[in-house]
Ligand binder design. Structure first.
Ligand SMILES: [Zn+2]
Length: 443
């Protein structure tokens, strides 16, 4: 009697267990920023799990105009149970003969429960999506893309549809395009810069990726010109080292702080310079999506040019070559503690001590264009402030690795240092920037 009762209880227990009603957990998403579009080839990733009875099957379907197409199917073993399964599915609508347009993406998972007459618990999820296998079209609207090494330019293009990424690729550098006003015209401005050391056969193309992940690339007419840069010798004296290094080492934590002054100098000139460069590039990777500047950029008034853009510098110590670096800005000297005007209107995005640059101000002029002011004795603006062309932002000095009072002035397009002289020149601005913008505005 006891045995029979125990058996009945056991059977009920097993039956309850086997007929559990917990549905499989199922989650999936299309890769990319959006989960709503399938391109010529899209990836779907997901996870399905069933902790109690284990997984029986998983299927992914596309439903377009009432027709169901199986995209992916997986049956799981009954004996070697699978409780969790990660899946990655590549979807190519053309290969499946599914046309562009609105569709449903459906995933179904079933477990090994005895529920539903032994058919198991079913989880199904449907998502409304759009199939779009056509790449965007890029129409280049601007002409005359003449860029010199270390120089800048503007490319204006129109997109046939909204895109998650678009811009100009110059070698390994990518310059995002920003939507111009009025926005519904789908016209983009991409300011670009050719690095001083990029060759004149650097590939420059426009690129756009739509929300379904379809990518388009377009070449356009361009002329890249070779530039000649000066070479300079800088003699590092013990006097300079004694004047600069202890002060520098008190602000920047040097690995070589116990070593000789010349070793400290080399760490600063190589490693700190590289870290500062990286920090500037990071700061200049975010920008206002509108043009904040107007007309030519102001050259620091009543100043003499000391060093030029992309001058190659050989550093000598006691007659020996000890280092080589490139000067990615221009040095302008006036009287000591001279007032520095903002070169153009924009937003102040950096006001700190920055290694070799000393006290530094960086202004974002919008659309990826930046100006940088270094070695300041005093900074008179705050981060986040809007400045107008000519507003005083601080006083010149010799903070950082400066041997004398001067302004180091740099300009960047996105993360590329460009020659500021182009931006001081009204005819260059007219021919390369403003006339292009006006031309498009009149279309
Ligand atoms: Zn300089």
């Amino acid at each position: 009697m006891i045995l029979i009762t125990a058996f009945i209880f056991f059977a009920i227990f097993v039956f309850i267990k086997k007929t559990e009603s917990q549905k499989p957990d199922l989650e999936f998403a299309l890769s990319g920023d959006t989960s709503k579009a399938i391109g010529a080839e899209s990836q779907l990733a997901g996870i399905v799990s069933d902790a109690k009875s284990g997984l029986r099957s998983l299927s992914v379907l596309l439903i377009k105009d009432g027709t169901e197409t199986v995209v992916f199917e997986k049956k799981f073993s009954k004996t070697k149970k699978v409780y969790t399964y990660n899946f990655n599915v590549s979807i190519k609508p053309k290969a499946l003969q599914i046309k562009d347009g609105k569709a449903l993406l459906k995933a179904m998972a079933i477990d090994y429960s005895w529920r539903n007459s032994g058919n198991g618990n079913l989880t199904q999820i449907e998502k409304e999506i759009v199939i779009d296998t056509k790449p965007p079209r890029i129409e280049i609207l601007s002409g005359a893309h003449n860029i010199i090494q270390g120089g800048a330019g503007l490319v204006i293009y129109k997109l046939s549809e909204p895109c998650k990424i678009s811009g100009i690729k110059a070698g390994n550098n990518f310059f995002p395009g920003y939507l111009s006003e009025p926005k519904d015209k789908n016209i983009f401005f991409a300011f670009i810069g050719l690095n001083y050391n990029q060759p004149t056969n650097t590939s420059i193309t426009a690129k756009a990726v739509d929300y379904a992940g379809n990518e388009a690339k377009t070449g356009f007419y361009k002329y890249l010109k070779k530039a000649l840069f000066k070479r300079d010798v800088i003699n590092i004296t013990d006097g300079f080292l004694e004047q600069k290094m202890p002060e520098f080492a008190s602000v920047v934590n040097l690995r070589t702080k116990e070593a000789s002054l010349i070793e400290q100098f080399l760490e600063v000139n190589r490693d700190i310079r590289k870290a500062n460069f990286k920090q500037i590039q990071d700061i200049c990777s975010k920008t206002e999506h509108k043009k904040l500047w107007e007309g030519t950029f102001l050259r620091f008034p009543q100043s003499a040019s000391r060093a030029g853009f992309a001058d190659g510098r050989t550093y000598k110590y006691k007659g020996k070559d000890i280092d080589n670096q490139v000067h990615l800005g221009i040095d302008l000297a006036s009287t000591a503690y001279a007032k520095i005007p903002a070169a153009n209107s924009g937003k102040v995005v950096f006001t700190e001590f920055l290694g070799i640059y000393g006290n530094t101000v960086i202004i974002d002029h919008g659309f990826g264009l930046f100006s940088l002011y270094a070695h300041l004795n005093r900074i008179d603006v705050e981060k986040g402030a809007d400045v107008k062309k000519g507003d005083i932002i601080g006083l010149t000095g010799m903070t950082g690795m400066a041997g004398g009072d001067h302004l180091h002035f740099s300009m960047l397009v996105h993360n590329v240092f460009v020659n500021p002289r182009e931006w001081f020149d009204p005819s260059w601005i007219k021919n390369n920037i403003t006339s292009k913008i006006e031309h498009v505005g009149n279309e």
